[in-house]
Design a protein around this ligand. Structure first.
Ligand code: AMP
Length: 119
């Protein structure tokens, strides 16, 4: 790898490329899913597009199929994780949304009774 390339990658690109270890739950050409390193529920995983779209605000019309795919993968994995009593999907966006990694990712949380509204 050429100097600088590594620094240009997002955290989630580094995980997808195997530069940083993670528990990979699912992979296809469009997205992948990993367990969150700091789980906020008994089951907490992230569904992540391979393309490093920074935030929800960077989505374009042409990305609508991609976003739909993230949700169908999330639902399939939620059933594999036996979240039959329900679960929550979340895209954090920007500072007030407490997004910390600028590479779009769909959180899936479950395995306990979640509260509403969130903090
Ligand atoms: P957000 O705050 O919405 O941007 O979510 C980023 C998520 O990435 C957080 O829930 C972090 O715990 C999670 N995270 C950070 N580093 C890693 C990692 N190396 N492997 C898995 N999840 C991570």
């Amino acid at each position: 790898m050429k100097g600088g390339d590594m620094a240009d990658k997002t955290l989630f690109q580094k995980i997808a490329d195997g530069d940083i270890p993670s528990e990979m739950l699912y992979e296809d050409d469009v997205c992948f899913a990993i367990r969150d390193i700091n789980p906020q529920a008994p089951v907490h995983f992230l569904v992540i597009p391979r393309r490093p779209i920074p935030t929800l605000n960077h989505l374009e019309k042409a990305d609508e199929d991609l976003v739909g795919h993230l949700f169908t993968v999330a639902a399939k994995l939620a059933m594999e994780e036996e979240l039959t009593d329900g679960y929550r999907t979340v895209f954090n966006c920007g500072r007030h949304g407490q997004q910390t990694v600028n590479h779009l990712h769909l959180h899936v949380l479950g395995g306990r009774q979640l509260k509403w509204p969130p903090g």
